[in-house]
Design a protein around this ligand. Structure first.
Ligand code: ACM
Length: 773
């Protein structure tokens, strides 16, 4: 015992002694289960060789050679047998044999060899880890004076390491909407390539929607001819714009292309789940086949975003025949066990208006239109089940009764997933509150047009898919997670990259890593290298803020600011005098000092410039040297916020009367429930501040708005204007504070986005807003 203890101790000392490679130096995303740096390194050069055993291993060897060819312009000999020549060579050995965990692998790198073992998917994931041990491939990039070139002298050093790894969740997905914007087959393959790098294994392909049908169905040629093309597209945000581009927009995948993509994905251990939307999101179908609707039409493939009231008519039996025919072809194309049938956002207006639908509801003895939707989905489920497949649908399929074997994809937060798990149905969590990658990653003023809600990297990263409100037995129904990419505001590859990365890296860690292995600060430390890798691969990811750029309350007049570039090899330039930074501003070379006299604030503004010259928007941090506003002592009322509405808007928000025409309570500071276009509204209530800290208040509004805390104006965005973003900082003590937001709108384009942020994370209105004064 003693000897063993001593020898272990010696070994630990030995390991830490040689460890110029500390654990922190080998950075893998998603974080592996066990990672131990080992002495030595393996040199890959043209003299190395690959030995493999098993079909999956042969594929892995081929993928490794493809990687080497693409990045280093050489390949290794790959054989099954140990020839005498190979025995003398450094060997990369790839063995297809289970590690005891599905999709798991072990990877060992030392001076003499690389050893990779796993089942076929495990080998695929082990290869992705191995690839992240390769140096970022700078030698292929022209030298610039801002990038220090790593020497590349014909060999590549992989650090010694021992890794044992397997995924936390069996379903690790990403959804891409190709209806709002069409992405050609090559772009889909590129998306799949990126997914596999970070160990995703489900690609949910949203193929049909109001704005275009995108898959060839041989039996219904009008889907291709009519439903796949819209005559034009809205320009800008559909809630504010009335301008259209006048250009026809279309595209669809032929069945041959679909088969090719399905095969391509399968070779990379990615299952493609096709989605055929029903009974809502079907305006494109109705355009091609108007008899499937509740009205005579005419219909047109939708040219703006948002939801259509025109849906499929369940009274017409040919609708079911049509869907079964479509699904028959779809099932033939996609081997996936899951077939996604949509089911979300089916507005019930047409069904309520229709006498024949109402008769059908009575004839079937159903409670209401929700039960009718449930009837629709259950009929489709029976058909899909008869083909040996299982349906998956958005969480609205819970309303009116869940189909017997359905899996629920929870998107309106987690509630649907929680309810489904309690009913013992499988669940995929893809809550819009954490995993909608069409939402903005930064402040509206500096981000491209997007779906508006704020969802920064940190919020995404901190998502935990197993809700604590479920018992361990119920949690077992949660099979995985998925990020959703709706493409209303994503017209092309560059914007797709921008919205997806790096948030999908955060998702990869949620999906793959054990919770104890997740750590946001460590993730931020890992990002620079991985983003540099992406940059060299030409991926247009969103450049994160420099590491350490955080607004805060300070208590002294001099503050030392430590920043790190968010991408390896990038440069940061900053200003302290309020001007916009450019490449001629101060370059970040070391920590610097900011002066913040008492009762004032100072702001660092900066840009990040990548090695390839791409420049970030301006990011900033504000240091506030002011006293905290104390919490007030009052009674916390109920959840929500009080509002007072006036029907005739004043000329400015500050002129709003104390008493409105009507009053009530809402869950959040939100004008969407207000039916009128022209109005004024005052929200008043309490906000429960979670900790002593600096809070940033934002008002993005059209027209004017004012936000006050404890009767002090913090953001003044008042006056008649188009969409405009303003913010202000306030140090707040933990506890209750009074909050007031005044807003008015004249003309069209009513818009109000009010948020309180702590360290770039938005406080959740459901957790912090209370009525009371
Ligand atoms: C959805 O976002 N409508 C599923």
């Amino acid at each position: 015992m003693k000897t063993l203890f001593l020898s272990m101790l010696t070994m630990c000392c030995f390991l830490s002694g040689v460890a110029q490679l500390k654990t922190g130096d080998i950075t893998i995303i998603p974080e592996p289960l066990l990672l131990n740096p080992m002495p030595g390194s393996f040199v890959v050069n043209e003299q190395s060789a690959i030995q493999y055993s098993g079909k999956g291993a042969e594929k892995t060897a081929a993928f490794l050679n493809e990687y080497l060819q693409r990045n280093y312009h050489f390949k290794l000999s790959a054989t099954t047998a140990t020839t005498s020549k190979q025995a003398a060579q450094p060997i990369i050995k790839i063995v297809e044999a289970s590690t005891g965990k599905p999709e798991g692998y072990i990877l060992e790198v030392n001076t003499g060899r690389v050893y990779l073992q796993g089942d076929a998917p495990g080998l695929c994931y082990g290869l992705q880890t191995l690839i992240q041990l390769f140096p970022v491939n700078k030698h292929l990039t022209p030298a610039t004076d801002t990038v220090k070139q790593d020497p590349y002298n014909g060999s590549i050093h992989l650090p010694g390491v021992k890794i044992q790894d397997y995924p936390r969740f069996a379903y690790r997905g990403m959804m891409l909407d190709v209806s709002r914007h069409f992405f050609p087959p090559a772009a889909i393959k590129q998306f799949i390539d990126m997914m596999v790098l970070y160990k995703f294994n489900r690609f949910h392909w949203h193929l049909t929607d109001d704005q275009g049908w995108r898959i060839e169905i041989k039996k219904y040629p009008r889907l291709q001819e009519i439903a796949s093309v819209r005559k034009e597209t809205i320009v800008g945000h559909h809630r504010r714009s009335t301008t259209y581009d006048g250009k026809p927009y279309g595209g669809y995948y032929t069945q041959e292309e679909v088969r090719d993509i399905v095969k391509y994905a399968a070779e990379r251990h990615i299952t493609i789940i096709p989605e055929i939307e029903m009974p809502g999101h079907s305006q494109a179908v109705l355009t091609a086949y108007p008899s499937f609707g509740n009205t005579k039409g005419p219909y047109e493939v939708r040219t703006t975003w948002g939801i259509s009231k025109d849906v499929l008519n369940p009274v017409n039996d040919s609708v079911f025949t049509f869907m079964q025919d479509v699904l028959t072809e779809v099932i033939d194309l996609f081997p996936s066990q899951y077939i996604h049938i949509g089911g979300d956002e089916c507005l019930k207006d047409r069904w309520k208006e229709s006498a024949e639908v109402q008769r059908m509801i009575r004839r079937l003895g159903l409670k209401d239109e929700h039960a009718l939707q449930s009837y629709f989905i259950q009929r489709i489920e029976k058909f899909v089940n008869s083909k040996g497949r299982t349906i998956i649908g958005w969480d609205e399929i819970l309303e009116g009764g869940l189909a017997a074997n359905a899996t629920v994809m929870s998107w309106r937060g987690e509630d649907g997933g929680i309810a489904a798990a309690k009913q013992r149905h499988n669940v995929i969590m893809s809550p819009n509150t954490y995993l909608y990658f069409d939402y903005t990653q930064g402040q509206p003023a500096t981000e491209p047009l997007n779906a508006a809600a704020y969802l920064p990297l940190k919020t995404a990263y901190n998502y935990e898919p197993l809700p604590p409100s479920l018992t361990p037995a119920e949690q077992r129904y949660i099979k995985g997670v998925q990020g959703n990419i709706w493409t209303e505001f994503i017209p092309d590859q560059a914007m797709l990259d921008y919205m997806v990365w790096p948030r999908a890296l955060a998702l990869s860690e949620i999906a793959w890593a054990q919770p104890a292995k997740k750590n946001y600060d460590r993730f931020l430390q890992k990002l620079p290298l991985e983003l540099a890798r992406m940059d060299y691969a030409g991926v247009n990811f969103r450049i994160p803020e420099p590491v350490g750029l955080e607004s805060k309350v300070v208590t002294t007049s001099t503050v030392t600011v430590h920043l790190k570039p968010p991408v390896k090899g990038s440069m940061v330039y900053y200003t302290l005098n309020g001007t916009q930074p450019t490449v001629r501003s101060h370059p970040l070379t070391r920590a610097f000092t900011v002066y913040v006299p008492e009762d004032s604030a100072a702001t660092v503004r900066c840009i990040v410039v990548l090695p390839n010259g791409r420049i970030s928007p301006v990011y900033s941090a504000t240091y506030v040297h002011k006293p905290f506003l104390p919490a007030i002592s009052t009674k916390q009322g109920n959840k929500g916020i009080h509002f007072s509405l006036v029907k005739t808007p004043p000329a400015t928000a500050r002129q709003l009367p104390a008493k409105g025409d009507s009053t009530g309570t809402l869950p959040a500071i939100d004008i969407r429930p207000v039916p009128s276009k022209e109005f004024g509204i005052t929200f008043t209530g309490l906000i429960k501040i979670p900790a002593d800290d600096l809070y940033e208040c934002h008002l993005n509004s059209d027209d004017g708005a004012i936000l006050s805390i404890d009767d002090q104006i913090i953001v003044d965005n008042d006056g008649p204007h188009d969409l405009q973003d303003r913010s202000g900082f306030v140090p707040l003590r933990k506890g209750l504070h009074r909050i007031k937001v005044q807003y008015f709108n004249t003309g069209t384009g009513a818009w109000l986005d009010a948020g309180i942020y702590r360290d770039r994370e938005k406080l959740n209105p459901a957790e912090v807003l209370y009525t009371g004064q």
